[in-house]
Design a protein around this ligand. Structure first.
Ligand SMILES: [Cu+2]
Length: 191
């Protein structure tokens, strides 16, 4: 009798130990899940089409923290090449793009020549926020997607403020830039 009381006490204490161990495992797992396992960056999916991102015109507003790295997944479901770049002054950029394309067309240049021209590159340098995109570990200022193509890359903006993501491809007839046809959206960067 005394023996069975003793063995049931042993069984009870073993059960108590097992419960404590299980509880510790649950707490450690919960803490690891909440705090210790690194979270991936916020992912933003953008589908480019004629002439908008995720919608027929315009694009969703992106809200990020300064210095935060976000992952952009850009898919081209349109029938034209599209691109993604960041500018501060979207109004001036697209109006100057239109003027420049008209000027170069007036000089007899083809659209291919205009798109490859130094003048357009200089305009990009004037307005585009450079080297804020990371594509396969390399800093870039723009990402291009052909019809049906999908690209993943990272975006980091360190200065708080309002930015715009745009597609600055150009076409032969006015309005020349895809921005002017609706391919742009706002990025709000907060501290
Ligand atoms: Cu475009």
């Amino acid at each position: 009798m005394r023996r069975s009381i003793k063995s049931s006490r042993v069984a009870a204490s073993r059960l108590a130990v097992a419960i404590v161990v299980a509880a510790v495992i649950v707490v450690v797992a919960a803490v690891s899940f909440l705090y210790l396992i690194p979270r991936g960056p916020t992912e933003i999916s953008l589908t480019a089409q004629e002439f908008g991102f995720n919608q027929p015109s315009g694009g969703p507003t992106i809200r990020i923290k300064s210095g935060e790295q976000v992952k952009i997944v850009l898919v081209n479901r349109g029938g034209m090449d599209h691109e993604f770049m960041i500018v501060k002054n979207v109004e001036s950029f697209h109006s100057e793009l239109d003027k420049k394309v008209m000027e170069l067309q007036g000089m007899g240049m083809s659209m291919e020549e205009i798109m490859e021209s130094e003048e357009l590159e200089m305009l990009h340098h004037k307005y585009v926020v450079m080297d804020v995109l990371t594509v396969n570990g390399v800093k870039e200022s723009e990402v291009e997607v052909e019809p049906g193509e999908r690209k993943e890359f990272f975006l980091t903006l360190t200065e708080p403020g309002t930015y715009y993501y745009v597609c600055a491809e150009v076409v032969g007839v006015f309005p020349h830039s895809h921005i002017d046809r609706g391919m742009w959206g706002v990025i709000e960067v907060t501290q």
